[in-house]
Design a protein around this ligand. Structure first.
Ligand SMILES: Nc1ncnc2c1ncn2[C@@H]1O[C@H](COP(=O)(O)OP(=O)(O)OP(=O)(O)O)[C@@H](O)[C@H]1O
Length: 323
């Protein structure tokens, strides 16, 4: 005990202003990193890696396992090299968050732009349920902070450049027409491209019955801060993928509320707090918009309270855990 107190006293005696500032910076960096990783697969991976490394370090310090000790000590630098590879999507998203590449969603929200976004949301929502009633598949990606030009260019998507309207969107997804395969990309209130091929998620924990359309929606939401909306050809269900999570079987009102929360409400905040994408904590505070989460952290099956105090209906089907 005395030794511990002595150690603490010597530590505090060495604490000057520079060290205090450094401690605050390091704490902020760790806090920022954990906030970015919150609710993502990377956090689970990081937790697993920390548990493994700490357990091994404890074992080699307690018992005289020479070979194991050699392996553990020498593999630590290799882990540092592996971090950028394992966490590539998260690092990319963090850097994009700092860079904020898109113009449209970075501008302060004027009344005119807000009205335009609300009209775009209303047209997209109408389209989703028209496609759903016909059981025509559809995939929309709404760009936010991260520019999606490289996705369009790489996949040779067809440039459209037309104002978002239900008629135009439905027309694109009429089965067996030239543009119906792939995704429509929306920037602001404009359709900028159709038939874009998106990166597929490599998340192996999503339900087996989800095919490439849903995997593509998840993929783009993992690689950017875009919001992807999928209409299933098989079931007519409408789902949203955002920040690597898929929310399925959305009703019309849920979808509208969710899109307003993601595209309008957070921009309102961004004027004050310079937040340009929905952070995981914001998503958590919006759980009443998200009836059924299929990937990511398992949500309790109990219906969460809605803002007006009533209970929102939660599908009784099981939710699927991420790895
Ligand atoms: N990488 C991709 N990017 C964009 N769209 C894609 C991609 N891969 C597949 N698609 C679209 O998904 C369609 C195939 O859907 P598939 O049946 O595999 O998916 P699903 O998730 O089961 O959806 P559904 O419930 O509509 O059948 C393709 O015809 C194409 O339009």
């Amino acid at each position: 005990m005395d030794a511990l107190l002595g150690l603490l006293a010597s530590l505090f005696s060495r604490l000057d202003l520079v060290a205090a500032i450094e401690i605050i910076i390091v704490a902020l960096l760790i806090y920022g990193l954990l906030s970015l990783l919150q609710g993502t697969r990377a956090l689970v991976l990081m937790r697993g890696a920390i548990i493994l490394i700490v357990s091994l370090l404890i074992i080699v310090n307690i018992w005289p396992f020479q070979v194991l000790r050699f392996l553990v000590i020498n593999s630590l630098p290799a882990i540092l090299v592996a971090i950028p590879v394992v966490f590539a999507p998260e690092i990319r998203r963090a850097l994009e968050q700092i860079g904020h590449t898109s113009d449209w969603f970075n501008r302060p929200l004027t009344q005119r732009t807000e009205d335009a976004i609300r009209i775009m949301i209303s047209e997209v929502v109408k389209t989703c349920y028209t496609l759903s009633s016909q059981q025509w598949g559809g995939l929309f990606v709404i760009e936010r902070g991260t520019g999606l030009q490289d996705v369009i260019t790489k996949s040779r998507g067809i440039l459209v450049e037309g104002r978002v309207s239900e008629q135009l969107l439905v027309n694109i997804f009429v089965p067996n027409t030239p543009l119906h395969d792939g995704a429509v990309i929306i920037r602001g209130d404009q359709i900028i491209a159709a038939a874009a091929i998106l990166p597929l998620t490599d998340n192996t924990s999503i339900q087996q019955h989800y095919g490439t359309r849903h995997r593509a929606a998840l993929g783009i939401s993992e690689n950017s801060d875009a919001v992807a909306i999928v209409i299933s050809e098989e079931t007519g269900s409408v789902s949203v993928a955002v920040s690597g999570k898929l929310y399925s079987n959305l009703k019309r009102e849920d979808l509208t509320d969710m899109l307003i929360a993601l595209l309008v409400a957070t921009r309102g905040q961004s004027n004050k707090r310079r937040i340009r994408r929905v952070s995981t904590s914001t998503l958590a505070s919006l759980t009443h918009f998200f009836p059924k989460e299929l990937t990511g952290k398992n949500k309790p099956e109990a219906a969460p309270n809605t803002p007006n105090g009533s209970q929102s209906k939660v599908s009784s089907k099981t939710t699927e855990k991420s790895g």
